[in-house]
Each structure stands twice: as C-alpha cells, then as structure tokens.
Design a protein around this ligand. Structure first.
Ligand code: GUN
Ligand code: ZN
Length: 449
C-alpha cells in the first residue's frame, strides 16, 4: 500500500447525478491492491484521521498540490492527432480533405503503433486516464491502440470503425483478401473477433463503432445492431447531429426513420452504454429517445467551435434528463487538455444562457469530465472519483505551475474560484503527475521533469 498527502478533490457521490465537489485541504489518499491485485483507493479523507488508520503505510507528500480524479475523455479519435488544427468549411469537407487521407495511413501496423504511443502518452501528460476512442477501419489500428493501452495499464475503450461507403477505398473497411466476403461482412466479423479479444482484457473495453449513419450501409448498421444486442456489456460509439449538411445527408439516406437519431434506434443502436458524439441539432423527442434508451451524449465543445458545428444545449439536456459528459474529439477538437475542453464548455453554455439562464459552475464543468463522464459511461464507482473502491487513477495538480496561475490561484477564496482559475488558465503544465492503477503491485506514473 502507499499513501499520498495533498489537498484532495473528490465528488460527494458517484451514484447520484449532479456535481458536489469537496476539497480536503490536508488530505491523505491511501491506495492498495484489491483481491485481484488491481490498485484501488482504500481510504481518502483528512490526513490526521486517515494516517491513524494506516500507521505503517509510507506517505509521499505533495505540499501545495491538489490530487484529483484522472480525467475521462468521452470521445476522441486516436488516428487524428495529425489532423488537429486543419481548417475547413465545416465537417464534411474537413473529413474529405484532411481526415480520411490521414486515417488511410493506419492500414500500416507500424504507423498505427507509433501513433498510438504518441496519442496515449499525450492523454496521460494531460491528465486523461480513460478515453473512449475511435480507431480507424483497419484492424491493425485497433490492435495497436489496445496493445499500447494495455502496456500502460490504462482503462481505454475503442473499436473498429465501421464505414463501408461514401469515402475513398483506402479508408473504408476491407473485403476478405480471397474475395469470400464483402467489406460489410468482413467488418462485422472483424468487430466480433476484436471484441472477443479485447473486451474485458485487463482494463480495456470494446465499443461497436459505426462511424456515423451516412458512412454505413443498411446491412452494416443492422449487423452493428445485432452485435450490440449480442454483447450488451460492450459500448457503442458513433456521431449524431453535429452539422446541418450531415443531417440533411443522413435524412436523405434513411428517409424511413423519424429523425437522424432515430435511424440508430431503428437499427438497435440506442441503448445503455451507447455514446453519441455531439447531439447538437436534436429536438426534445430525440433527447427523450436517448434518455429512455439509456444512450448518452459526448459533448465536444472545442470541436464544435472549431468546425463551426453549433452549441450543445445544456439547459434542455438537463431539463429532459439526457446524460452527457465532456470530450476532446481530437482531431476535430483543438486540444488534448481537459482544461481547454472545460473552458470551451463554459463558453458554449454561456451561449445558451440568454435562452435558459444557464451558466456552468466550475464544479459542474469538472464533474462532467470526471465523475459525471464515468456515470455516463456506466463506470460510476469504478473511475472518475477518489472514493474507496475506485480504481487509483489520479492526477497531481500544481496550481502554481505558471506565474499567472500562481498569482491568480493565491487569490482564490473558495473551491469554485480555485477550480475556475485552473480551468481558465490551465493546460498540460498544471499536471505534475498522472498515476494509473496497475494490475501489479505498482503504480505507473508519468511525471513532469
Ligand atoms: N462524423 C463522422 N466522422 C467524424 C469525425 O471523424 N469527426 C467528427 N467531429 N465528426 C465526425
Ligand atoms: Zn468524433
């Protein structure tokens, strides 16, 4: 066992929705293996009290630092690191001009492994300890990402991108080399084989991953829905209602469905553990459909601002009870940093303020990227918080990491002011250390030199 002394940020409950952050000014976090050897939080609370309960446990002291749950990125694309900051006139031209050509390169196992290494290290450097990530249409890309995540003992969810039409041949799913199966059939068989190989291996999870309805044939969506029913513990990830041209296209391709979102319902792809990126241009009927099915939204504000897609409607999502969490959407999104994502979410909610009087509080923003995201993924009590029993994924933050942060955070009179100073002024320099729960009796850490 090992203990860490610092200020400790946690959320009062991971069962009930809603933010209720608390900061233990002089706290102690005790971490140790469970019966299966996985590192979990054993205790967390005031230093004096917890130390007395664990007198023999060695303590590492971080004066002036804040220990907080590792961040959860609910939606990104590991193959789009090289695409960040590619300007285009909206989503569809951006996919064609920049994204598809880059993703095509991931048919190489070597290219995929190099990209996966950089991507995961960049997540960890930014304090992100769990991600739900798109791979590409190549099985090599999926294996590469899972292999690298497994080596780092990360909790990571990913899956083979399903896309059998409306893109250049090099980026689509491939037919069987001997011609015995078309791309759609092969992609579904590959998905199932990858799911069986990776879902539940250490801390990895599989997500059935139709890119978005316009990129999938009816047969492919039907097959994805069949897998979703057959493997109810696997996640589903896709995109919906991000951009008006995309929506018009989806409606044209699936005219029989009541809405773009309903297309996914019609193929059995709305259920718990289904995560839909964006959900911007949807109506209350769609929100209700999502809520009732247990599907959730991955809100990607830096991406939505960068691609000019629109603004997630927080107030209406809350009113209807649609669950959501924050996401970078790298490479449509502009940053790996959860601080940048939280700040963009704040701006987006301000845009909706005139309509609903809603301004997100710093605690709400932080919750959406930790305990709230965990809950949306069905992983509450497992990650995203520092209560006893949670996996020991956490970050050590230095609120004095830059001169401006030091100056501003010294003026913070309460928890909200401290959190807001970090959200507004923070980036990867704030993350002094990222600690990952390991299966062995050790903790994997990435430390800032
Ligand atoms: N819709 C379909 N594919 C993508 C993608 O790669 N990024 C974003 N932002 N939206 C998508
Ligand atoms: Zn995306």
């Amino acid at each position: 066992m090992k203990a860490y002394r610092a200020s400790i940020l946690s959320f009062a409950t991971d069962r009930e929705p809603g933010p209720c952050a608390a900061l233990e000014e002089d706290g102690l976090l005790v971490v140790g293996p469970d019966a299966s050897g996985r590192q979990r939080v054993q205790a967390s609370g005031p230093y004096r009290m917890i130390k007395a309960l664990f007198p023999a446990v060695p303590i590492e002291h971080f004066p002036g630092r804040v220990i907080a749950p590792g961040f959860i990125d609910m939606h990104n694309h590991f193959a789009q690191t090289n695409v960040i900051g590619s300007p285009a006139d909206g989503l569809l031209p951006w996919l064609e001009r920049f994204t598809f050509p880059e993703e095509q390169r991931f048919s190489s196992a070597q290219y995929s492994a190099d990209a996966a290494r950089f991507f995961l290290d960049e997540l960890l450097r930014n304090g992100v300890t769990t991600a739900l990530s798109f791979a590409t249409c190549s099985t090599e890309s999926v294996d590469a990402l899972f292999c690298e995540a497994q080596q780092r003992r990360m909790r990571l969810i990913s899956g083979l991108c399903l896309m059998d039409r409306h893109a250049p041949a090099g980026v689509l799913n491939r037919a069987a080399p001997d011609g015995s199966r078309n791309a759609c059939e092969q992609s579904l068989l590959d998905s199932e084989a990858l799911l069986q190989r990776w879902h539940g291996a250490d801390r990895l999870g599989y997500a059935i991953t139709p890119r978005f309805a316009p990129s999938c044939s009816e047969e492919q969506l039907r097959g994805a829905g069949y897998l979703a029913q057959r493997y109810p513990e696997a996640w589903i990830q896709s995109h919906v209602a991000e951009n008006r041209d995309e929506i018009a296209w989806a409606r044209q391709l699936f005219p029989g469905s009541a809405s773009y979102l309903a297309t996914y319902a019609d193929f059995g792809l709305l259920r718990r553990r289904a995560v839909y990126a964006h959900c911007i241009h949807i109506d209350d009927q769609d929100r209700t459909l999502m809520r009732d099915s247990g599907a959730v939204a991955a809100v990607s504000p830096t991406s939505n601002l960068f691609l000019g897609s629109g603004f997630f409607d927080y107030a209406t999502a809350d009113r209807i009870g649609l669950q959501y969490g924050l996401a970078s959407d790298v490479g449509g999104g502009t940053s790996f940093s959860p601080f940048h994502t939280m700040l963009a979410a704040y701006y987006v909610a301000r845009e909706g303020q005139s309509k609903a009087g809603l301004s997100l509080s710093p605690q709400q923003l932080w919750w959406q990227h930790t305990a709230g995201a965990a809950s949306a993924l069905g992983l509450d009590g497992v990650i995203g918080n520092l209560q006893p029993g949670c996996e020991a994924d956490f970050v050590v933050l230095n609120p004095k990491a830059t001169p401006l942060l030091a100056r501003r955070s010294a003026q913070a009179g309460n928890l909200d002011e401290l959190l807001f100073a970090m959200i507004v002024l923070g980036d990867d320099r704030l993350i002094e250390r990222t600690v990952i729960s390991q299966a062995e009796d050790a903790l994997f850490t990435i430390e800032r030199p």
